[in-house]
Write a protein that binds this ligand. Structure first.
Ligand code: FUB
Length: 305
């Protein structure tokens, strides 16, 4: 593994945290960050924009790991489209998420099928967060809808898992305990939180459910809503990040790690002059933040700029 040359510690005295310089990955164009905290490590799964992309050109998913949020190790391509033999192989490896359950790691990934590509969601399983991920189904897990991409998974304290996804509609279904099948109907959340566009990221913290998402289009910021249940109603709480003229897209991933809270997303800053908006050569970025005592999240500056 090669260490990614990104770690510039910002240390203004002993009490302030060190952070990697944004964009935190500077050796590949990366987007759609999906951090997983496992043990003493953050596993950061990303989608991957090809170096010559002029629009979406995405064939694999990358993995970076860190034990301190400063030094990131490049774990290479953790999976590519070939794991889903039934999917289009030349493009559309979009925003993934990996979750752990009972020692197995489940990769949920949007891909496409068919000549006029239809978005579907596949699932693949590994014994390690480093992979290799294998498709247990031989077909999509979620199919036959419009805007069926951007999966996110919550496993609630009672063991019930939920898969959410969608652009511009927001959908969810209850996953079975095996995490590779579901029961019940696919539900559409009609009362979407304000400016919901895509990229949902659902998690639970201190008994409250959070739904962060890419908000407004386009530019996209990051909005969020809270609820007392995993299925809503979702109350819009504000912007974690306002859209800027630089943020054609965005996609949140939020975790707590070693006593701090972090929101990941992406910018177009790496080599910005040559990769203006909509060229989709994006760059994962992160900022730390503190929840207010009531659990709400203050608006953050655009990737520490
Ligand atoms: O990266 C491809 C797509 O762009 C993602 O699925 C969306 O969330 C947006 O980031």
């Amino acid at each position: 593994c090669i260490a990614v040359a990104v770690a510039v510690a910002v240390s203004w005295g002993a009490c302030l945290p060190a952070l990697a310089e944004n964009p935190i990955i500077q050796t590949n164009f990366t987007a759609d960050p999906a951090p997983l905290v496992h043990g003493d490590t953050v596993y950061l799964y990303t989608s991957h924009d090809q170096d010559d992309a002029q629009g979406f050109k995405m064939r694999d998913w990358k993995l970076y790991t860190s034990k301190d949020m400063v030094n990131w190790t490049d774990r290479g391509t953790v999976a590519d489209l070939s794991i889903f033999a039934w999917a289009n192989q030349d493009n559309d490896a979009w925003a993934p998420q990996v979750v752990e359950r009972n020692g197995k790691f489940y990769l949920y990934a949007p891909v496409t099928v068919g000549g006029s590509p239809r978005n579907v969601i596949g699932v693949a399983v590994a014994d390690s967060p480093l992979g290799p991920f294998k498709d247990p189904l031989g077909r999509p897990l979620i199919d036959r809808g419009e805007g069926y991409f951007d999966p996110t998974v919550l496993i609630d304290d009672d063991g019930q898992a939920y898969l959410y996804w969608g652009n511009p509609n927001l959908w969810y279904v209850r996953l079975d305990r095996d995490m590779i099948s579901y029961s019940g109907k696919i539900e559409r959340i009609d009362a979407k939180p304000k400016n919901y566009q895509e990229g949902p990221w659902v998690y639970k913290r201190n008994g409250k459910y959070y739904l962060a998402y890419a908000s407004t289009c386009c530019s996209e910021g990051i909005g969020y809503a809270m609820s007392d249940t995993p299925t809503g109603p979702w109350e819009y709480k504000g912007q974690i990040m306002d859209p800027t003229t630089e943020s054609t897209g965005n996609h949140p991933g939020i975790v707590d790690f070693k006593g701090k809270s972090y929101v990941f997303g992406f910018s177009y800053r790496l080599n910005f002059a040559e990769t203006p908006l909509h060229r989709e050569r994006r760059s994962v970025s992160v900022t730390d933040f503190s929840y207010r005592p009531d659990g709400t999240i203050p608006t953050q500056p655009f990737w520490n700029t």
